[in-house]
Design a protein around this ligand. Structure first.
Ligand SMILES: [Zn+2]
Length: 107
């Protein structure tokens, strides 16, 4: 590999990012926002053909487990919060995560 190593390849949620990139339902901007990475890094990862297409069963299960943990944490936070605006934001975030879970299970 030339130059700096790819930050997406080394990202702890790389499998989830690859799934989001290959799902075709999210824009680069949405994926960048969701995983808090730069669009530039995502584009470099994609154009450098680093994206793994198709995860094996164990990787898929690990991704699903991680996403469902995110979902549980988001819902728990929303329940404890008194601010309706933040609650609505948390619900939107939980819905996005649920959509990702659904997408993973239909691979
Ligand atoms: Zn990469």
């Amino acid at each position: 590999m030339r130059g700096r190593p790819c930050t997406i390849c080394q990202h702890p949620k790389r499998s989830e990012i690859d799934l989001a990139l290959t799902g075709g339902k999210s824009t680069i901007r949405a994926i960048a926002d969701h995983f808090q990475v730069s669009r530039h890094c995502l584009e470099r990862h994609t154009k450098g053909a680093h994206v793994h297409r198709g995860l094996d069963i164990e990787q898929t299960l690990a991704v699903l487990q991680s996403l469902s943990a995110d979902l549980t944490a988001t819902i728990a936070e929303a329940r404890q919060c008194q601010d309706q605006r933040i609650k609505r934001g948390a619900i939107r975030q939980a819905q996005e995560t649920a959509a990702e879970v659904l997408r993973c299970t239909t691979l």
